[in-house]
Every structure is written in structure tokens, then in C-alpha cells.
Design a protein around this ligand. Structure first.
Ligand code: NAP
Length: 331
């Protein structure tokens, strides 16, 4: 096969972008030592930004987004990753300025490639994708910073989104009491069925207020929202507790005071899934395939094909995403 199908975004006029399903040539893929036939990809917030022409994510168009890919090696010049190996690629430059997982083939450096761990299928790995992987990173860092109280409440913001929904399910699976913050009234039952013990309205956390701190409530928190929400979460952390901050859907900026840090000794933990060393990525994927394996992964996701991709990306950008969307590249 010398050509393949891909979702491609082009700049048709200044700041005007349009997408189409096109036929691309394998020979035109970037250089790299591993050619992968992609079976599944998934939708992440960053893909929606890239597909909408956000030059902070993707500098040059035409471009095929898709920061996640899972598939089978078709050609390789790295003897440790022979043809036929099932693999996962997430992060690094995939889908940003390197043609990504919304195409049926990718070519990447072997340093980006993770053999699929036993215990996960290609499809399951993409139900998790970068979002689920990031939820696991948040939990791992919270645990390393002392989260162990299973009686207190752990807060997850943006709880129906990709990172949030996996964080809710994982925390519940590991025996924690989870409070889910969401702006979607219609999703309360779904969040409870995934293990949330309580739900709070997104608005309760999103408005700035002048109080230096609020009552201590959270023994830990996963925040995907940033902005004023993040500082409100920090203000409500219990003494010595931590929040893992990974997102910016409300805003990348937030105003804060030092009071919760110097009076309650709380911690703000930064999370990066993109440039994390490959050895650390492998260890987290192994955990997701074994002791942290979620048995209800299908409940978190909806499978789509090329035909539904553009519409779903727009929903992600509009904050209407719910759960994980898995892209089946053969549909
Ligand atoms: N640091 C990293 O390595 C890393 C990795 C992956 C993702 N991220 C970031 O994490 C964030 C979430 O990613 P995702 O894949 O979960 O995105 P997503 O699927 O689009 O979910 C985001 C969720 O946030 C909530 N939300 C949307 N707009 C909001 C607003 N204006 N104010 C407050 N809440 C709002 C919604 O949930 P509710 O309706 O339930 O409130 C939405 O479903 C993004 O900023 C993404 O870039 C970072």
C-alpha cells in the first residue's frame, strides 16, 4: 500500500481553516525509524485546538492532527521494535507538528514508541489515550505526595471530560471517595455510576472571590480547568493536601495568594504527559494495564469513524465533550 486515508486540516485564507478526508502518500510522511499502521486514535482537547488552526499547537498547515495512536508496526529499522509489534504512541510532537493519529499511517522516531502492555487491547489503550494517561499521572503524583486518606473527599474538576472521567473512575476503583465537579446536569447519574460519591456544580468553583481561604474539604484534587477554579480548589484543600494541575479549559492564568501555601502547607503539583521520559510513560501504561486496569472502559467511551470526526472535535472545543471518543481508523 502506498497511500492511506487521513483527516487533514488546511489554511484556506488568513485564519480560516477547513478539514477534509484526503488520500495521502506514505512516502510523504516525516522521517522516522518506525512506520505504524494506526488502528485506533482518540480525541483530546489539544486535537481540537490543532484542528481549529491554533498556531500555539500547530505552526504549519496542511496538517493531520491526532496526539494519540495505537497500531501495528509496518516497517522498522529498530531491531527492538520489529514489524508486527502492537504499539502505542502518545505525546512528544505527534499530532502537533508531526502528522498524527488521525491518519491510517504515522512515521515516528522509535524513542516515542511504547510496546502495548499485556492486559490492554489497542482499542482499550485509546479509550484511555492521553487523557486517561494524564489522569493516571495526576493520581501517581498525588500518591507520591501523600494522598492516602480513603475517608476524606478527593475532588475532580471537569469531571465529564476525558481526563476527568478517567480520574473519577480510577480514584473510585482504587477505593477513594470522589467528588465530581461538572457543568452538565444531565451527567450526574453517569458520574455516580462511575463511582462519584457526590457531585458539585461547576459554578460553585469557577467564580473568583476575595476570601483568602475556605473551609478545608479536599484531601486531594485533580484539576483540568485552571483559572479561578484552580485557586478556589487550592483554597479548599485540607492541611498538607495537594492538587494535581493539568489543564486550562477555563483559563491558563490564575490569580492566587500565598495564604493556603503558607498557612496550610498545601501543594500545587504540575503534570506534563507530553515530554515525560519514555521509561516513565511505559511504567504508567503498565499500571493502567494491570493493578489500575479499569474493567468498565467501554462505559467511558464512544467509538467514531472519519465521518464523525469534525463534528466531535467541535464539541470538544465548545466544552461539550463527554467521556472519551475513540477513532476507529478503519471506519
Ligand atoms: N498536562 C497535560 O499533559 C495534559 C494532558 C491532557 C490534557 N490536558 C489538558 O487538560 C484539560 C482537559 O482535557 P480533556 O481531554 O479532559 O478535555 P475535555 O474532554 O474537553 O474536557 C474538559 C471538561 O472541562 C469542563 N469544562 C469545559 N469548559 C469549561 C469551562 N469554561 N470552565 C470550567 N470547566 C469547563 C467540561 O466538563 P464538565 O462539563 O463536566 O464541567 C469539559 O468536559 C485541557 O486543558 C487539556 O489541554 C493536559
Amino acid at each position: 500500500m502506498s497511500t492511506f486515508k487521513a483527516f487533514e486540516v488546511s489554511e484556506v485564507a488568513d485564519k480560516q481553516f477547513k478539514s477534509a478526508i484526503v488520500e495521502k502518500s506514505i512516502a510523504a510522511l516525516p522521517t522516522g525509524d518506525v512506520l505504524i499502521e494506526v488502528h485506533y486514535s482518540s480525541l483530546n482537547y489539544k486535537d481540537a485546538l490543532s484542528a481549529s488552526g491554533n498556531k500555539g499547537v500547530t505552526r504549519n498547515y496542511p496538517h493531520t492532527p491526532g496526539i494519540d495512536a495505537a497500531g501495528v508496526i509496518a516497517e522498522s529499522s529498530d531491531s527492538s521494535l520489529p514489524a508486527g509489534t502492537e504499539v502505542i504512541v502518545i505525546g512528544y510532537d505527534l499530532g502537533m507538528n508531526t502528522a498524527g493519529g488521525f491518519g491510517q499511517f504515522i512515521r515516528v522516531p522509535s524513542q516515542w514508541v511504547i510496546p502495548l502492555p499485556d492486559g490492554l487491547s489497542l482499542r482499550e489503550s485509546m479509550i484511555l489515550g492521553t487523557a486517561g494517561f494524564t489522569a493516571a499521572l495526576c493520581l501517581e503524583k498525588l500518591f507520591r505526595n501523600g494522598l492516602e486518606d480513603k475517608q476524606g473527599e478527593v475532588l475532580v474538576t471537569g469531571a465529564t471530560g476525558g481526563v476527568g472521567i478517567v480520574a473519577v473512575a480510577l480514584l473510585s476503583r482504587l477505593g477513594y471517595r470522589v467528588v465530581a465537579s461538572t457543568g452538565k446536569k444531565e451527567s450526574h447519574d453517569r458520574l455516580r455510576s462511575l463511582g462519584a460519591s457526590d457531585i458539585i456544580e461547576r459554578n460553585e468553583l469557577s467564580e473568583a472571590n476575595s476570601k483568602p481561604m475556605v473551609a478545608e474539604r479536599w484531601v486531594g484534587a485533580v484539576d483540568v480547568v485552571g483559572g479561578d477554579t484552580l485557586f478556589n480548589v487550592i483554597k479548599g484543600l485540607r492541611y498538607g493536601a495537594s492538587v494535581a494541575a493539568c489543564g486550562l479549559v477555563q483559563s491558563p492564568m490564575f490569580n492566587a495568594s500565598v495564604f493556603p501555601f503558607i498557612l496550610r502547607g498545601v501543594n500545587l503539583l504540575g503534570i506534563d504527559s507530553v515530554q515525560l521520559p519514555l521509561s516513565h510513560k511505559k511504567a504508567v501504561w503498565n499500571k493502567l494495564a494491570s493493578e489500575w486496569k479499569l474493567e468498565n472502559l467501554d462505559k467511558l467511551s464512544t467509538e467514531i469513524g472519519f465521518g464523525e470526526l469534525q463534528d466531535c472535535l467541535q464539541q470538544v472545543l465548545a466544552g461539550r465533550a463527554e467521556g472519551r471518543w475513540v477513532l476507529n481508523l478503519k471506519r
